[in-house]
Design a protein around this ligand. Structure first.
Ligand SMILES: Cc1ncc(COP(=O)(O)O)c(C=O)c1O
Length: 459
């Protein structure tokens, strides 16, 4: 992965109602902090634009030196209800002041309130909830539940987990094997033969979006349907923001039911209003057997959840599916407050409305920009693929340059993701206004045009 330079550049000053850039970037005064991090953290923690966050409110992020960005990252899809929301801060403070900071798996009233809330807003059959801390843990749990269910319903050979090419489910051992990015699993060496991937029907990199391609791919890999314990997918692919066709997903739902395989939607990115609906799988008109949540569940503190069919969730006996920080009371307070804001302020609706503006503008930009190969996503998540004009060849250098220039104009993006590292992700907090979206899109369009011109000159 390339890195952004730590040498401050003189950049034009910016002053709009939403963005302010008043120093060179990276801010010279931030360099000692960046150097301390470099000295004490592993190299793997590098790779994002060197913006040292000081505080964040709503859809804006501030450093300590007077710069202010419109946040297009949501801190990697966390702050769905907005950064630093008063209601979330108050809930965290009240819980901390009540002197219950942890209680392991012992019961607490606030944990009861959160799982009850999730059960109330999730559709049947997702009526039992297990709380965890990270998205990767939810994926590991789903793998465990799929295999337990598979072995129970079809014997030990029913253990195959089918997932999708280019998918990302986290960085722990099982999650990486379920992932569909070969470079990320080279370190594993002894891959479990019970994890296989099939093409994701995104319609761009994989033009064949028919469900028969799923069955064909399993046949080609000599996987018998009766040996499949579960099929897991990101509701939209994080690397591209691509959704599968709804008809494909309904066929997949029927296939899983027919073969007693569990269907798992990893909603770690897609949940809690991100895509313009409360749950991403609503776009498909079907409900999975297990749904995995993280990131936007609390808009803040680390909390994650597996929701599922009661008969599946109850497979592990008492005491055999636990995690030290399950339902941490302070995290539960944050999640309850965040969910309340998302529902009360209809942030899924705002995501749909402002997202429609975002996607219309991006499609217009793409139609006049040959370096944009494709635009994907729904609601307030978009993926924009940078390519060599006239081809589908990813252009990572262009994508990185667009991110740097956007940040220098006061639009905070994380580094490019996805196939060839050339996809620009746009995912602001769901409280963003149309005015702020248009203001930041204007800056982004300038950044893109400048980067594309620089690329032509360099070539
Ligand atoms: C779809 C998806 N699943 C799982 C994960 C892993 O979550 P965590 O980083 O909290 O372990 C991520 C993280 O980016 C993700 O995007």
């Amino acid at each position: 992965m390339p890195e952004f330079s730590f040498t401050p550049r003189s950049v034009p000053r910016v002053e709009t109602p939403f963005r302010r850039i008043v120093t060179d970037l990276p801010a010279p005064a931030s360099l000692p902090i960046l150097e301390r991090l470099h000295a004490c953290e592993p190299v793997a923690m590098r790779g994002q634009p060197p913006v040292v966050w000081h505080r964040a409110d709503g859809f804006q992020v501030y450093d300590a030196w007077g710069n202010q960005w419109v946040d297009w990252s949501s801190g990697v899809l966390i702050a769905n209800a907005g950064h630093g929301r008063r209601e979330i801060v108050d809930a965290i403070s009240a819980q901390a002041s009540a002197h219950l900071l942890t209680n392991y798996c012992f019961p607490s009233e606030i944990r009861a309130r959160l799982v009850e809330k999730l059960v109330a807003i999730l559709p049947a059959p997702l009526k039992k909830v297990f709380l965890l801390t990270t998205g990767s843990e939810t994926v590991e749990t789903a793998i465990k539940l799929c295999r337990m269910h598979g072995v129970k319903s079809g014997g030990r050979s029913k253990n195959v987990i089918v997932s999708f090419d280019k998918s990302f489910h986290g960085r722990t051992l099982g999650a990486q094997q379920a992932g569909g990015i070969p470079a990320l699993k080279e370190w594993i060496v002894n891959l479990d033969a019970g994890f296989v991937q099939v093409p994701f029907p995104d319609g761009y990199r994989t033009p064949d979006t028919s469900f028969s391609a799923f069955e064909r791919s399993l046949r080609e890999q000599s996987i018998e349907p009766q040996n499949v314990a579960g099929v897991m997918l990101e509701t939209y692919q994080g690397g591209s923001a691509a959704f599968a066709p709804a008809s494909y997903m309904r066929d997949l739902r029927a296939w899983c039911s027919g073969h007693k395989a569990l269907l798992v939607c990893d909603e770690v990115q897609a949940g809690f209003g991100r895509t313009g609906k409360l749950w991403g799988f609503e776009h498909y008109g079907m409900v999975p057997d297990l749904a995995l949540f993280g990131k936007g569940i609390s808009s803040s503190l680390p909390l994650a959840a597996v929701a599922g069919r009661a008969d599946v969730m109850d497979l592990p006996p008492a005491g055999s599916m636990t995690s030290t920080h399950t339902g941490n009371p302070v995290c539960c307070a944050a999640a309850l407050a965040s969910i309340d804001l998302i529902l009360r302020e209809d942030l899924a609706g705002n995501s749909a409305r402002v997202g429609a503006v975002l996607h219309q503008k991006l499609c217009e930009l793409a139609s006049r920009t040959p370096q944009i190969g494709h635009v994907d996503g729904k609601g307030l998540v978009a993926g924009l693929v940078c390519v060599t004009p006239g081809t589908k060849e990813p252009d990572a250098a262009l994508a990185w340059d667009v991110v740097r220039r956007s940040v220098e104009k006061g639009v905070l993006m994380f580094s490019p993701v996805g196939y060839g590292g050339a996809t620009l992700k746009i995912c602001p907090p769901l409280v963003i206004t149309e005015a702020a979206m248009l203001d930041s899109l204007g800056a982004f369009e300038e950044a893109f045009a400048e980067a594309a011109r620089a690329r032509v000159v360099a070539a």
